[in-house]
Write a protein that binds this ligand. Structure first.
Ligand code: 3PG
Length: 407
């Protein structure tokens, strides 16, 4: 692929102020501790390459309304540890406190601003031009020389801190963004059959991806598990039990059942859903048929053994596999079996891509990071990219590069 965006190498950042969008979004403990710092570590190379600049880091943690929607303070502490120097956490985004902290910076300084999603306009899906008019962008613009997007993992969102600065100041890609694009392009031209294993609880994202990869023909089959697996089961007409239906309703995904049904109608056997599950019966794993699941009050927290065998068989015989989202509640070892077996099967396929924060955390836990062709820092962003969807964050960088070229 010809490079259509600028990178750090195209800018003289020495002594300049660089606004760097990263993706530090991490699984958090209920006490507010970062449970997996892989994403934070991944950006260290980019920040080290900016060592002569003043670096203002922008990051988000989770989404409004979720229990792990919290401050970026712990992320600053972890980044400080990995950089070997203090990263100042600034409890503000674009107010006078943030701006005075920025004014006081000297080359070599790194500051991390507060969770960008604490500002509600951040998460509006708006065009770069529309975001440019926000107070957030207008207040920070006079203080920054360059914008770098290293947040591949959130570049499928047309969010303020992803696309809002690129129309106004010279903008390019950080090191992670560069490496993601190069590796995912390799994945796109991989061997067939190409199998997608989609789990986790971002049901809308997963169904959207399945729709894309099946309609473009870039996938030969899609194996569903996790909450999205339950949505597909419900769409296929199975009773999935009250606890599972309640969770789908609580997450606001009841409206995804007809969407999953459309997929089943269109793509039939290319779509696989669980043939059995593991119920969480008072904390214990209990294997259950779909019939038993339908009658049970207990939640399904993993795929069952029969499904594990069928899915892993398909994955290990694939030319290319893309794994995204855990198959169950993988934080609990009893319900991590499906996720771990899918991950291990991925290492036996010819070309394997791991996408998604939570499944990457499980790969790290198993200590087999080195056995995959590529571990993406992105979940939704990774598979949207692989499905040929334009990522607004990348498009904005391409436009910025074209603008620079014309100068
Ligand atoms: C992710 O974890 O996939 C990214 O940080 C994007 O998060 P989002 O799906 O909440 O936008």
């Amino acid at each position: 692929m010809t490079k259509k965006f600028l990178t750090i190498d195209d800018f003289d950042v020495s002594g300049k102020t660089v606004l760097l969008r990263v993706d530090f979004n991490a699984p958090m403990s209920p006490e507010g501790k970062v449970l997996d710092d892989a994403r934070i570590r991944s950006h260290v190379k980019t920040i080290l390459d900016l060592k002569d600049a003043k670096v203002i880091v922008l990051a988000h943690q989770s989404r409004p309304g979720k229990s792990d929607f919290t401050t970026t303070k712990p992320h600053a502490e972890i980044l400080s540890k990995h950089l070997g120097k203090e990263v100042r956490y600034v409890d503000d985004l674009f107010g006078s406190y943030a701006r005075s902290c920025i004014s006081a910076m000297v080359p070599g300084d790194v500051i991390l601003l507060e969770n960008v999603r604490f500002f509600s306009e951040e998460s509006l899906e708006r065009s770069p031009k529309e975001h440019t008019h926000s107070y957030f962008v207008q207040k920070l613009l006079p203080y920054v020389d360059f914008f770098l997007n290293d947040a591949f993992a959130v570049s499928h969102r047309s969010h303020l801190s992803v696309v809002g600065f690129t129309e106004e100041i010279p903008s390019g890609a950080g090191r992670i963004m560069e490496s993601e694009i190069v590796n995912l392009e390799r994945g796109l031209n991989g061997e067939r059959p190409c199998v997608y294993a989609l789990g986790g609880s971002k049901v809308d994202d997963s169904l959207h991806v399945a729709q894309n990869v099946l309609s473009t023909g870039s996938a030969d089959s899609v194996l569903f598990s996790g909450v999205v697996g339950n949505v597909v089961l419900a769409a296929a007409g199975y009773k999935i039990g009250k606890a599972n239906m309640d969770l789908i309703a609580k997450l606001g995904y009841e409206n995804q059942i007809p969407i999953a049904k459309d997929l089943l109608d269109k793509y039939g056997k290319k779509i696989k859903y669980p043939a059995d599950v593991a119920l969480n019966v008072n904390g214990k794993r209990v294997e259950a048929s779909l019939k038993e699941m339908g009658k049970s009050e207990h939640p399904a927290n993993d795929i069952g053994l029969e499904t594990i065998v069928a899915y892993t068989n398909e994955i290990e015989n694939a030319g290319t596999v893309i794994l995204n989202g855990p198959a169950g509640v993988s934080e609990n070892p009893d319900f991590a079996i499906g996720t771990h077996e899918i991950i291990r099967a991925g290492t036996r396929s010819k070309f394997s891509i791991i996408g998604g924060g939570h499944i990457s955390a499980e790969v790290n836990r198993l200590g087999i990071e080195g056995q995959f062709s590529h571990i993406s820092t992105g979940g939704g962003a990774c598979i949207e990219y692989l499905s040929g969807v334009e990522l607004p964050g990348i498009t904005a960088l391409e436009k910025a590069a074209a603008k620079q070229e014309m100068k």
